[in-house]
Design a protein around this ligand. Sequence first.
Ligand code: SF4
Length: 696
Amino acid sequence: SEARLSRINKAETTCNYCAVGCRFDLYGRDGEVLGVRPADTDATPANDFSTCVKGKFGYDFANSDDRLETPLIKGDDGEFREATWDEALDLIHEKLTEVQEEHGQHSVAVTSSSKCTNEENYLNQKFARQVLGTPNVDNCARLCHSSTVTALKQTLGYGAMVNRINEDVGETDCYLITGSNTTESHPVLATRIKQNVRDGADMFVFDPRKVGIAEHADQYSRTKPGTDVAWINGMIRYIVREGLHDEEFIEERTKNFEELKEKVEPFTPEKVEELTGVPEAELENAARTIGEADTCIFGWAMGMTQHAHGTRNLLALTNLALVTGNLGKPRAGVSPFRGQNNVQGGGGDMGPAPHNLPGYQDPTDEEVLQKFEKEWGERPPDEVGLRLPEQFEEMKEGNLKGMFIMGENPVLSEPDIRDAEKSIGELDFLAVQDIFLTETAEFADVVLPAAAGPEKLGTQTNTERRIQFVRPAVEPPGDAKTDMDILVDLASRWGYDWASKYDGPSDVMDEISRLVPLYGGVSYERLEENPDGLQWPCEDEDDPGTPYLYEDGFNFDDGKARFVPADYAGPVELPDEEYPLMLSSGRVLYHWHTGTMTRRVEALMEQVPESFVTIHPEMAEQIGVVDGEYVRVTSRRGDITVKANVEDQSDPGVVFIPMHFVHGAVNELTQHELDPDSYIPEFKVTSVKVEPVGPD
Ligand code: SF4
């Protein structure tokens, strides 16, 4: 009825942007998202009643006129035409089958999305592994915290933040924050930290850029890009030599300490200063305070992870946390600040990754394979597939011929995007499922219109492992469907009757809980009863969840954490005569990742309408550039033209460009170099030159 159609709908939901996981009420009416208000129930666990500018004003993207509303098929003339769902899904089935018949089962790959729900990511990896029979499934977590996950699994057992935002990060005695522009990337979390610092906690920030959070620190130390292992090893050396390490903890709860001690020995204060630029007094002041503090939180983001030696950075930092006994207790521990709303759950826990089945289970372990075979009725491929950067390499080589991408935009997010475009252009068939015709979707043969966050029911898992609901405030536009409904329809083309198997996302969660021990006690009934969500591991229905990890032991058979000493190696591409500056990339407060959502929100575009490069005033003067002028930034891969933002945020030799824009896309400049352990690319250090743009 008319009255029902115009009713205002309120959804108690979780933010669709970052992994802080703020909860609030989202209002919608007649397909239009109206806005966000603080939850009118109790204070919520991650954010009480606050939100940042993206959470509060960033939802207009869902109302955008250019939302995809019907499936599209590309004709021989290269133009898209509207199609029915049946036509589009039949064509995907026909073409992917053709590719597999001609080039083998593993000639296709699937990409999953941390923007989508846990249930959708679970189904997407199942679509890859069971329906297509390929182990080649990966997602954008490869490009953000894969090095974190690799390091934490090796040292502690789980690849995740160990503690809670409020009770631990918000209440600790001391912080070491490094490689995290917390105030812009995780604003509500940064507010917690700032409040606690105002209340007396110490804070040290080590970073090549004097990011916003550094303004609140007791000490900001400027580091040379890509040299983190050196100053962290230097701190460990100092702490051990001064007897500030936690001997009892090391003795009872860890292994390999002697090996670590030996490895950090060469990192004298002089050596550290030479490599990193951090003066001895600053290193020692931070190390002493951290060593003496009862509790310390070690927080980081992409500034630590996106390096060709990203895993080593995080091994070193975890060693420091272990040496000082800052694990397995409240108000302490290692806190990777995860990026996307559901990167922990959808990008990690649900296993859309070539080396992990859901729940980080080994795809080559016979017992695990049998468990999945029993549930699915078929055995998943028993091998490790191709990681995202490897998939692009194989496309270029002509070995990977078909691809299905759910909600990702690799044509902007991969390093060296001109090369990525060439690779994707080599595919025989590409299908993309998204909410907009993204830069990647432009390359597709078939495009499927998906529902956005405010239009679907499911769960997502925030950076503190908290599984929470997202609920719909509006219906998807036109013929768009949820990613889950699309996957169910798609699987039916291969003869899989998921429609009768899953009545809704709740049934998918029940299957996840049967297969993934970490989620063993999670169900929609329990989540309804626990509005604050459940933090994994939550192994059975009586398990209240785990607020902080490793209280009783680390996740290894012997319960002991491992020191894994980290060798130093500097950045791969160093400045030279031709490319004398070091470029770093990152986020700004008003935008999000490849910008597909935030570039469609007027309130956010008014704040930062275009790409820019931040240049130190001395350097600007040297190359003859004034603030606001356009400049050309060139690397060995390509060049872009962007506005100069003259500011003394970093050393004169370091410049910064945000990652959110198509024009002036920073990834036209970045390089392929990968961390050998996690395959994360070195986004954070690129050699460039900057020149004023001539009159033409
Ligand atoms: Fe959303 Fe993150 Fe902002 Fe919270 S801090 S409102 S989760 S973008």
